[in-house]
Design a protein around this ligand. Sequence first.
Ligand SMILES: NC(=O)c1ccc[n+]([C@@H]2O[C@H](COP(=O)([O-])OP(=O)(O)OC[C@H]3O[C@@H](n4cnc5c(N)ncnc54)[C@H](O)[C@@H]3O)[C@@H](O)[C@H]2O)c1
Length: 105
Amino acid sequence: MIEDKNVGIIGTGLIGKKTVQKIAGLCNKVLCYDAYPAADWIKTIPNAEYVSLDELFAESHVISIHVPLLPETHHLINKVIFHLSTNITNPPKATVYGNFDVNMN
Ligand SMILES: NC(=O)c1ccc[n+]([C@@H]2O[C@H](COP(=O)([O-])OP(=O)(O)OC[C@H]3O[C@@H](n4cnc5c(N)ncnc54)[C@H](O)[C@@H]3O)[C@@H](O)[C@H]2O)c1
């Protein structure tokens, strides 16, 4: 059941936009993040908005990633898992945070 869930989309280029258009009618809200937001396009999707990356991580139940591999996106998956783990589980041990911190550098 996804109709009451928020979907996070990281990267709203060609594929990200198509994903937003397909999922928007099925879920509660689509929370988007892109380094270069398509401000006019997002207005055409009633339940979609651009948010900060932190807000996307905090408010999304499902996250779909559509960014190219660049120095800026390197290890983004680790960052996603790190944030999700803080949302879903009890706070992990400090060493786990430390490991993710190392991977995110
Ligand atoms: N289009 C295809 O047919 C296809 C097929 C297979 C794989 N891919 C891969 O999927 C990925 C996405 O494809 P696409 O066609 O949507 O690419 P795209 O270039 O149209 O979109 C990429 C988006 O990522 C955004 N972006 C770049 N750096 C960012 C950052 N640091 N933070 C946030 N957003 C950032 C860009 O602003 C852009 O909107 C690419 O890696 C591409 O190689 C694409």
